[in-house]
Design a protein. Structure first.
Length: 108
């Protein structure tokens, strides 16, 4: 079984570059339909769902999940929300992420 990510169009390219199978949704209703389709495909053991699209993916598709153990639905923090927490400045967010990851500040 495989893993998939349900995310917004802006984040999709990053997940694809990481080798993930990606489903894209622009809003909550589109995300519900896409998630239901991924569940019905019965090809995934884990589906990561962008919290900005569906904060509680299990609740959004509880009817489709009835009687199923897989896939596991994992809400993941939204990139958009993380940037907003950094004051809405994308460069500041990247700077903080690089410092936290490698311990050094790199001039961007």
């Amino acid at each position: 079984m495989k893993m998939a990510v349900l995310t917004d169009p802006e984040s999709a390219a990053g997940y694809r570059l990481a080798g993930m199978e990606v489903a894209v949704a622009g809003d909550c209703e589109e995300a519900r339909r896409a998630l239901a389709g991924l569940i019905e495909a019965e090809a995934y053991a884990l589906i990561a769902v962008d919290e900005a699209l569906l904060a509680d993916p299990g609740h959004a598709v509880r009817r489709q999940m009835r009687g199923r153990d897989v896939p596991v639905l994992l809400p993941v923090p939204s990139l958009r929300a993380a940037v907003l927490e950094a004051g809405g400045d994308g460069k500041a967010y990247l700077r903080q992420l690089i410092i936290a990851t490698i311990g050094y500040e790199i001039k961007l």
